[in-house]
Write a protein that binds this ligand. Structure first.
Ligand SMILES: *[C@@H]1O[C@H](CO)[C@@H](O)[C@H](O)[C@H]1NC(C)=O
Length: 226
């Protein structure tokens, strides 16, 4: 049997994005990869998927990027020369923007071409600003949505979901605040990963996964008019 082609995944490194939004999901996803499984338990490696990761700069060059925490991060491509992506992950930046038009144009292009787009936390606000969430259900960081809504600055064309950890609408997977992205990534992996590989990932990472409905933070948006 021919080996499966590598799945290409982009991570959009917007200025000052939340570090855990990105590394939570991509470390979980990459830990289900053939390469990682081969380190952990080689007999299962043939059942695992290979991922190719592209870290995408929006600044026009490969200058290292500061997240909210952690070391400087080296992008591998820019929005101008990013290879074709199967999936795009957008970790959350400062939700007030403004987001440059070239960044929004890149998001619109990838949203049309890619299989799925995943956002964590305020990442969905960039997707919303690009217009691709209009008429769709989406989660975002509830605290940030409340603050934007108080000033009427949230995108009203989006059907914001206030009581879930994450939601899927069409090809768009959007999660609520920071750590909800890990729950969403685990759900995303379910139908893309061999069950034995998924169990290995669960056992090795000791992750405690919450469902979309187990949302102890839904009260943050009680009474907020959206
Ligand atoms: C994915 O995991 C493998 C095994 O740890 C590692 O070699 C590879 O660099 C990881 N890929 C990325 C992009 O982090």
């Amino acid at each position: 049997m021919a080996s499966q082609p590598s799945v290409s995944f982009g991570v959009l490194l917007l200025p000052c994005f939340q570090l855990l939004d990105a590394v939570g999901p991509f470390d979980m996803i990459n830990s289900s990869s053939k390469e990682y499984v081969n380190l952990l338990y080689p007999p299962l490696a043939p059942k695992a998927v290979s991922y190719t990761w592209h870290y995408i700069s929006t600044s026009g060059d490969l200058t290292p990027i500061s997240a909210t925490s952690g070391p400087l991060l080296q992008p591998t491509c820019t929005i101008k020369d990013c290879p074709k992506l199967d999936y795009l992950l957008i970790p959350g930046p400062d939700p007030t923007g403004p987001f440059p038009e070239e960044t929004l144009a890149f998001i619109r292009k990838v949203s049309a071409e890619a299989k799925e787009v995943l956002t964590i936390c305020t990442g969905s606000m960039v997707l919303a600003a690009a217009g691709v969430l209009d008429g769709r259900r989406a989660c975002t960081n509830k605290f940030a949505l409340k603050a934007l809504a108080a000033e009427g600055k949230h995108r009203k064309e989006v059907k914001w979901v206030t009581d879930k950890r994450w939601v899927v609408d069409g090809k768009f997977w959007t999660s609520a605040g920071i750590t909800a992205g890990i729950d969403m990534a685990m759900e995303w992996l379910k139908d893309k990963t061999d069950p034995d590989v998924l169990q290995l990932l669960l056992d090795a990472s000791e992750v405690v996964v919450r469902t979309a409905d187990e949302d102890p933070y839904a009260h943050l948006l009680d009474g907020v008019k959206l």
